[in-house]
Design a protein around this ligand. Sequence first.
Ligand code: AMP
Ligand code: MG
Length: 443
Amino acid sequence: MPRRRSPPYVLTASKFFPPMPKSDAMTDTSSCASDAPENRALSAAQARERMMAEVIPIVGHEFVSVRSSLGRILAADIIAPHDVPAHDNSAMDGYAICFDSLSASGETPLSVVGTAFAGNAFSGLVGKGQAVRIMTGAVLPAGADTVVVQEVTRLENGVIFVPTGQRLGQNTRRAGEDLMHGAVALATGKRIGPAELGLIASLGIAEVDVKRRLRVAFFSTGDELSSIGNPLAPGEIYDSNRYTLHGLLTRLGAEIIDMGVVPDQPAALEATLAEAAQVADAIITTGGVSVGEADFIKETLAKLGQVKFWKLNIKPGRPMAFGKVGNAWLFGLPGNPVAVMVSYTQFALDALLRLSGLDPIPERPLLTVQSANVIKKQAGRREYLRGQIVAVDGQWQVKTTGNQGSGVLRSMSEANCFVVLAEDCAGVQAGDAVQVQLFDGIF
Ligand code: AMP
Ligand code: MG
């Protein structure tokens, strides 16, 4: 059909990917091997563990300016080149004094001998019986060890009166209190957010050594898929998964390579996978992983590389192939749009983060809240429903968002969390405690 993308290359898969040695049991997908490890449905925990054990971070890195490092991952430790703060300074507006000047029994009069501003220090000495007016951030003058806040003092004719009850060192910030010269300010593997940008700038560092971006190629598979801009023929649907993945991978900070739509033809799939493996660290496909006639991702993957597993004991997203083509990791996600988002966020995401160099991979918190509605479920597999957390009478509750079909993207769009029901859960009554995973932070 003319609108289908014909691959703009002539590479053949075999040229780049000689058959894997058959001694690797993982590659055997013949029917008599239905009991082979990759044919078993793994639990979510097993699948995650397998993926995380397999993938290792990419090694390339580059130097970028501080601002451009937002969202990037550090490729080397950032060492403090000086103490932060660099000098003892005042944490408040007030008077810098020598604590020994204060009388234990009553108000102490101190004569004000000067002013210290942030960026314009008082160069003299604060002697006994003296005080220097000081602003927040100003360097603590020599001789002073304590700051008395302005509000508790009384000023008369150049003399302040300080009440009892002051503590040695109060309202001061010590040099090196944030970071000592030579300390690791930020460790390799840290993702740079707004706080890190500020911290790096506070060290006077202009260029940051970050991991190169992860290169992720992706494409949709399916004869029924049409691209936006074309009218839909009977039986066709628009390809939405590539747009969702565009969003997910852009949020991840990856360099994305959109390879379009590939028809359900083994030769086209082989050629596209081969091309993708040449240019990417990871490949994400959607569709073609269930056991239907045209579901051939697994077969092609086994032919070109290795299938580690392709069946998960979850809903939605039961079929999900994980394997390797050449040096690229392959995540063969299901076709259904919601299943794409579930399998990406629950499995592919952390593997991609590890590949990108993030270390440690953050725990994803599950929060316990009350279910506002009944949820039907049979025990045996883990389920991810789309939910909306709402405050009811000061208490957080979650309600599921309408039709939970794995093709219904609206249920994702209306949701702000996944309701995660464990394998042994056999249904939920309104008011039962359930676990939710907030979307914030996963995409
Ligand atoms: P499959 O996994 O290929 O059997 O696809 C499962 C379901 O997801 C089918 O109803 C497909 O039409 C649908 N689907 C597959 N790929 C896409 C896509 N890229 N965009 C939207 N729906 C899709
Ligand atoms: Mg399909």
